[in-house]
Ligand binder design. Sequence first.
Ligand code: KG4
Ligand code: ZN
Length: 336
Amino acid sequence: MDGILVLGIESSCDETAAAVVRDGREVLSNVINSQIAIHRQFGGVVPEVASRHHIENIDLVIDKALSDANVTFSDIDVIAVTYGPGLVGALLVGVSSAKALSYALKKPLVGVNHIKGHIAANFVAHKDLKPPFVCLVASGGHSHIVWVKDYNGLEVMGRTRDDAAGEAFDKVARVLGLGYPGGPLLDELSKGGNKETVKFPRVRMEDNSFDFSFSGVKTAVINHLHKLDQNNVSYNKADIAASFQDAVTDVLCDHTIEAARKKHSKIVTIAGGVASNSQLREKMTERAKMYGIDVLFPPPVLCTDNAAMIACAGYYEYINGKRSDLTLNAVPSLSV
Ligand code: KG4
Ligand code: ZN
């Protein structure tokens, strides 16, 4: 088969995923085995349970990625795998599988940073997208504003100083009794709520940086609900959800658009699980338009964890000369 075929492998949290991508942009297969239903009963991801399910499923997921793409191992040119950040026991499953395949098949191995993978989801979704642009990466574990200089060079312009945006969504959803994962449920509930009900804080750092802080808004919601409960005041959950979501998306949009204006960037992309948020997509698009900035985001299936984004990021690293060897290890707190 023509072109460079990359087999991507992802197992950093609760999705076991494998994908085959041609020349970084053309998805031939994208298989995701989600453990959400398993972790839901615990109210969050249980790391050891996640590892055990990864080890059971990874070979099946890889086989399906090959058969969906109508290729065999001999057609694959490169094996790309997430090696961090993430849960160590979960990462080790993907890393070990990728190393075994690389060794047995004598194919090059490329370790990929999960956050770079999230950014690359936009290259998969938008075939003509080229750097430079500003990207907001907001997921359950990370919130960064990144200047994507070229396919391999990134500059972090802002990051969260405490909770990630998705983490705040999940915690507030839990307090509202919505279940796990909270982000999508809170998004849905907010559609029927009034976002003007409570003005929750929009935190701006004293040094006026693009950094975020979401623990304050989370605590403000919890305190507000406590007060209402103590005073036996009933409330509409949808109104609280909408007010919280409005505060978080205001900050995400304002910081990202300011960062884009600073770089004179006419393109903003959004990535990571929170990029599925309907209000974030609408608000970012609307506000960016005022400055002539276009906003791009991947479809939801490429926002949450998947291996097509890892194959894409791995492809650009590979053509830039990066090779990992068989000493590749999981790095749970790998930075961007
Ligand atoms: O990127 P991802 O799948 O995993 C990490 O790398 O963390 O992101 C998962 C996070 C969760 O916190 C989830 O609640 C959040 O993304 N999320 C959302 C939405 N869909 C997923 N948050 C807000 N609105 C959504 N529609
Ligand atoms: Zn992720």
